[in-house]
Write a protein that binds this ligand. Structure first.
Ligand code: GTP
Ligand code: MG
Length: 190
């Protein structure tokens, strides 16, 4: 799918009529700072569409980006972020859980982003389990492959494939433009 338009529509923290209109939602979830917002920018080819930061905890709402008037890319806050106030991290966790598991909204697909260099963490495993229990349609994106030492690449990918089980894994780098075509094909297909 060629991207003709991509625009930020709204950040929500509670049920919103916009999501009642039946536009398919493609949600990105992952640890804080793993690069969810960067993946949105790279996949849409717009450098500053979603706000990114080198500090974890940048995205604090459920941010809706309308693509070709046809899909919402949904940028979520990250999990597993230990810094900052406890109140804030509980608020973010509740917001993620509400949108993914307790809201009336169904996602066409959920893109679970992990850090390819760090490898899957306990929190990633817990999130994958929750998504599977909720019978979500899941794709795993291994972002930041540019950071993996060449000699570690095979071993690292093997770990990620084991983690992902039956779900598709896309090696990705928002920074170096790796995997964009493959991800677009997966998320925007009918
Ligand atoms: P929160 O909103 O805080 O949960 O973070 P996020 O997951 O949206 O991460 P964000 O996109 O803000 O990126 C976090 C940091 O990782 C930024 O400094 C990005 O420049 C960097 N980053 C993102 N993708 C890549 C990548 O593919 N390679 C490298 N080397 N850095 C990346
Ligand atoms: Mg973000």
């Amino acid at each position: 799918m060629h991207i003709k338009s991509a625009k930020f529509v709204k950040g929500i923290v509670e049920p919103d009529d916009l999501l009642e209109e039946g536009i398919p939602q493609i949600a990105l979830i992952g640890r804080s700072n793993v690069g969810k917002s960067s993946v949105i920018n790279s996949v849409t080819g717009q450098k500053n569409l979603a706000r990114t930061s080198s500090f974890p905890g940048r995205t604090r709402e459920v941010n809706l980006f309308l693509i070709n008037n046809k899909y919402y890319l949904v940028d979520l806050p990250g999990y597993g972020f230990a810094q900052g106030s406890e109140k804030q991290s509980i608020r973010l966790r509740n917001l993620i859980n509400w949108y993914l598991f307790d809201s009336p909204y169904k996602q066409k697909v959920i893109v679970l982003i992990i850090d390819a260099n760090v490898g899957p963490t306990k929190n990633d495993l817990a999130m994958l389990g929750d998504l599977e229990d909720a019978e979500k349609n899941i794709i795993v994106v291994a972002n930041k492959v540019d950071k993996i030492r060449k000699s570690d690449y095979k071993k690292q990918m093997q770990k990620i494939l084991e983690f992902a089980g039956s779900h598709k894994v896309i090696p990705y780098s928002s920074e170096k433009n790796v995997g964009i075509g493959a991800l677009k094909e997966e998320i925007f297909r009918k």
